[in-house]
Design a binder for this molecule. Structure first.
Ligand code: GLA
Length: 697
C-alpha cells in the first residue's frame, strides 16, 4: 500500500509536544514546532483507476420506474437511446455499499449566491459543489485520494482515453461518443473547441468563475485542435507534460453547452457585448443544459436552487442502471456557517466542516448516538495565508498609495517583518483551542506528500526584530503619530496604510484578517479592513484590486500535482497574487524566477526523485523569501447524513478537489428503508432550456 498522500501520525485528539531545537539556524529563523498530533479518522481503500470505472456497452439499461411514463408518452427516447455507445460504468467492487437504488435527495446548504449559468464565461453558481454537480470535465481528479501512488493519473471522464505521440509533444484524446447534453443535444468536439477558442483563448473572457481558465494553465504555447467530432489533439512545447491532465479536470476544462452559448458570444453575435455574453443566462433561466448529473429546475432568490436528475446522464452502474441514484439535489441559499449547523442537526445533509470556530460544537453533537450525521476528520488541508500583491507594474491599477504598498510588498525585509509580527499560535487558538490548528509558515502544508520540514524556513514570532527590520528599510514614524510613514518622496511620506481584502461569507476569513490587523499595530502599520462578500471579493482578487489579502488557499498547496501552474507565476495569469501588469508582463522578483523555473521543471519531470527535490527547493525558496505569510492550517471534517450509502472511506474535505467531487455523488444513494419524502419535485424531469420549471408526465 502506498504511503497516503497525507500522512498524519499518532492517534486520538492529543496535543503533541514540540521538538527541541537541535540544529543551527539561519538568522531570524526559529525552530518550527511539529503540528500537534491529530489522527485522520478513516483511511481510504487504495485502488487503481481501472478498479473504479471503465467504458463499456451493457446488455440492458434501466431508469427509475416513474420515468417509464415519460418514455411511453414520447416525451423522452428510451434510456438505451439516451446513453452513449459506451457509457462510463462504475464498478461495483469499488462501491462501498454496492449497487444502489433510485430516489431521495441530497440537501446542500451554501453561503454563495448564483450569478448565472454561464460557468465557462466566468459566472459562479454559488459554490458548495453546485457547479461540480452541473459540469463535467475532460478528466477528473477528486476521487484520486483513493488511487494508489504508482497509478496516480487523472481519471478519464469526457475524455475516455488518450495517447501520446512518440516525441511526447502531442496528446490525442478520444471523447466519449454519443453522449448528450441534458436537453438531448449531442456533446462533441464543438463544445470542447468553443470552450478553448472562444473562452480560454479570448482575452475578453475570464473563463470559469475562479479565473483559472487561462491558456497558460495548459502550458505556454499549447495548442488544441479537433480532428473529428470525437477526437481532439493537444500540441505542447514540452515533452510529455502529463501534468496538464490535471488541468483538464475541474475547474479549468469543463466545457459548456456551445449550442446555447455560441449564439450569445460576440464573435458570432456582433450585436452582443462581452458583458451580455457573460450574463445571457441569469439565475432565473431554468433548465440550462448540462453534462452533469443534475439540472437546475427551480430558483428562488435567497432561498433555494433545486436540481433534478439529468435524463441524458452518461454514466451507469454495472447493472446498467443509469445514474445518478439520487433524483434531486437541493441547494439552500443561506450561509456557510448554517451549512455546518444544518448538517449536524440533520435538516441539511452535507457539509465540509472547515470553519474552525464551529468544530467543538459540531464534534460534541456528532458524538451523541442519536446524531443524524457522520462527522469524519481528515488531514490538515485547510490553510490560510496573508498574500501580498507583488505586482509593481500596474496589475489592478493601484493609485500612488497602493503603488507605494506594492513597493513595500516587494521587499524581503518588509515581508519578513510582517511574518515575524504574527503570533500564529495565538491566531490559531483564537479560532479553536485544541489539537486542530498548526503553525503554518507558508508554502506546502506539513504532512502532505511533497512537504519537507528541513526545507521549510520559519521566521518565528519576534516583534522587536520585526520592528528593527522596518527601521532598516527606512520606514520611520516621521510625524510621531504611532504609524510609520512611507519614505519621503513616496506617496507624499504619508502614514503607511494598507488595505486588507477578506471574504465576509466566511467567519474564519474575517476572524483571521482581524487578527492580522491587530497584530500589525505594534509594528506601526495601519491595516484597514476591506471586507467584501464572496462574489465582489472574487472579482477584486482576480483583477488585482488589493494590497493584501487573507484567503483560504487552493489545491496547489495540498496536492501540488493539481493546479501546479498556480504554484508560481508560470504565465501572465496563472498566479493568485502576482499577475501581469498593464504591459502584459509579470515583473518577477529574482526568487520568483527560481520558483517559476522549479515549477516548470517539475511539470516536465517524470522522475519521482527529481520531482521531490524540486519541491524541496521550491519550499525553501518560498519560505525563505516569505512568498506569502502563512497563518494557520487545520483539518476539515466531512459531515454527511447517516442515511447515505456509498460514501467512500477516507474521503477528504479537500485534496485534489472538494469533497462534493471526492465522494462521487452520482454513485451515492439512500437505501429504500431509509428514504425520506424530501424531494420537492418528485417524479419530474428538467424541461426545455429556458422553460419555467421541471416537467411531469
Ligand atoms: C466553497 C466551500 C467549500 C466547498 C467548495 C466547493 O468554497 O467553502 O467547502 O464546498 O465551495 O466548490
Amino acid at each position: 500500500m502506498r504511503k497516503h498522500a497525507i500522512a498524519l501520525g499518532g492517534a486520538g485528539l492529543l496535543l503533541g509536544v514540540s521538538l527541541i531545537a537541535t540544529h543551527a539556524q539561519t538568522a531570524g529563523t526559529a525552530e518550527l514546532p511539529d503540528p500537534p498530533e491529530f489522527a485522520a479518522q478513516s483511511e481510504p481503500v487504495f485502488v487503481g483507476v481501472s478498479d473504479i470505472q471503465e467504458y463499456k456497452a451493457l446488455p440492458e439499461y434501466h431508469q427509475p420506474e416513474w420515468m417509464d411514463k415519460f418514455v411511453a408518452d414520447g416525451k423522452l427516447p428510451p434510456v438505451a437511446e439516451r446513453l452513449p455507445k459506451e457509457p462510463l460504468v462504475f464498478k461495483t467492487a469499488n462501491m462501498p455499499d454496492g449497487i444502489g437504488v433510485y430516489g431521495d435527495v441530497m440537501r446542500h446548504v451554501i453561503g454563495g449566491r448564483p450569478e448565472g449559468w454561464n460557468y465557462i464565461g466566468g459566472q459562479s453558481q454559488g459554490w458548495g459543489g453546485i457547479d461540480i454537480g452541473l459540469s463535467e470535465c475532460l478528466t477528473r481528479t477528486g476521487p484520486l485520494f483513493e488511487v494508489k501512488a504508482d497509478e496516480l493519473e487523472p481519471l478519464p471522464n469526457l475524455a475516455k482515453s488518450w495517447e501520446w505521440s512518440e516525441d511526447g509533444h502531442e496528446l490525442t484524446m478520444h471523447l466519449i461518443e454519443g453522449a448528450k447534453w441534458s436537453d438531448g443535444d449531442p456533446f462533441d468536439a464543438d463544445d470542447v473547441m468553443f470552450y478553448w477558442n472562444d473562452n480560454v483563448q479570448d482575452p475578453n473572457v475570464s473563463a470559469v468563475p475562479s479565473g483559472t481558465g487561462t491558456p497558460e494553465r495548459f502550458g505556454v504555447g499549447t495548442t488544441l485542435e479537433a480532428l473529428d467530432p470525437y477526437t481532439i489533439k493537444w500540441t505542447f512545447k514540452e515533452v510529455r507534460p502529463t501534468q496538464y491532465l490535471y488541468a483538464m479536470a475541474y475547474d479549468s476544462f469543463c466545457p459548456g453547452p456551445s449550442h446555447l452559448l455560441k449564439p450569445q458570444h460576440p464573435k458570432y453575435n456582433t450585436a452582443n457585448t462581452y458583458d451580455q455574453y457573460k450574463n445571457a443566462f441569469p439565475p432565473e433561466y431554468m433548465n440550462m443544459p448540462v453534462m452533469g448529473a443534475w439540472v437546475p429546475v427551480e430558483y428562488r432568490p435567497d432561498d433555494i436552487i433545486v436540481m433534478r436528475r439529468n435524463p441524458y446522464y452518461w454514466k451507469t452502474d454495472e447493472n446498467g442502471n443509469q445514474l445518478p441514484y439520487l433524483d434531486e439535489l437541493e441547494y439552500r441559499l443561506s450561509t456557510w456557517a448554517d451549512r455546518d449547523v444544518q448538517a449536524v442537526a440533520g435538516s441539511g445533509d452535507f457539509s465540509n466542516l472547515e470553519q474552525a470556530e464551529s468544530y467543538v460544537e459540531a464534534l460534541k453533537r456528532s458524538a451523541e448516538p442519536t446524531a443524524p450525521a457522520r462527522l469524519q476528520f481528515g488531514a490538515r488541508t485547510i490553510g490560510y495565508a496573508l498574500r501580498m500583491n507583488l505586482s509593481g507594474n500596474g496589475w489592478g491599477e493601484p493609485d500612488a498609495r497602493g503603488q507605494a504598498v506594492r513597493e513595500l510588498n516587494r521587499q524581503l525585509d518588509f515581508r519578513k517583518a510582517v511574518s515575524m509580527a504574527i503570533d500564529r499560535q495565538r491566531l490559531g487558538d483564537s479560532l479553536v483551542r485544541g489539537p486542530f490548528t498548526a503553525i503554518y509558515p507558508g508554502g506546502l502544508y506539513a504532512g502532505t506528500t511533497f512537504y519537507d520540514k528541513a526545507s521549510t524556513v520559519y521566521y518565528g514570532y519576534d516583534v522587536a526584530a520585526a520592528n528593527a527590520l522596518l527601521d532598516g528599510i527606512g520606514l520611520t514614524d516621521t510625524d510621531g503619530n504611532g504609524i510609520r510613514n512611507f519614505p519621503a518622496g513616496t506617496a507624499n511620506g504619508a502614514d503607511v496604510e494598507i488595505t486588507l481584502l477578506a471574504n465576509t461569507d466566511y467567519g474564519t476569513d474575517t476572524n483571521l484578517a482581524e487578527g492580522v490587523i491587530a497584530q500589525m499595530e505594534p509594528l506601526g502599520i495601519r491595516v484597514i479592513a476591506n471586507f467584501q462578500a464572496g462574489t465582489a471579493r472574487d472579482d477584486m482578487a482576480q483583477s488585482g484590486q488589493f494590497d493584501w489579502h487573507v484567503e483560504r488557499q487552493g489545491a496547489e498547496m495540498v496536492a501540488v500535482v493539481q493546479s501546479t501552474t498556480a504554484l508560481a507565476p508560470t504565465g501572465p495569469r496563472t498566479h493568485t497574487f502576482h499577475k501581469a501588469g498593464t504591459d502584459g508582463t509579470v515583473d518577477l522578483l529574482p526568487f520568483e524566477q527560481d520558483l517559476v523555473d522549479d515549477v516548470n521543471a517539475f511539470i516536465v519531470s517524470a522522475d519521482p526523485a527529481e520531482r521531490a527535490e524540486l519541491m524541496k527547493k521550491y519550499q525553501r525558496t518560498f519560505t525563505e523569501n516569505v512568498y506569502s505569510v502563512g497563518l494557520t492550517q487545520y483539518p476539515g471534517a466531512l459531515i454527511v447524513n447517516k442515511r447515505f450509502a456509498n460514501i467512500p472511506a477516507g474521503a477528504p474535505v479537500f485534496m485534489f478537489n472538494w469533497a462534493e467531487d471526492n465522494i462521487i455523488r452520482e454513485r451515492v444513494f439512500v437505501p429504500k428503508d431509509s428514504q425520506q419524502a424530501y424531494e420537492l419535485f418528485p417524479q419530474t424531469l428538467p424541461g426545455a432550456p429556458g422553460s419555467a420549471g421541471p416537467i411531469s408526465e
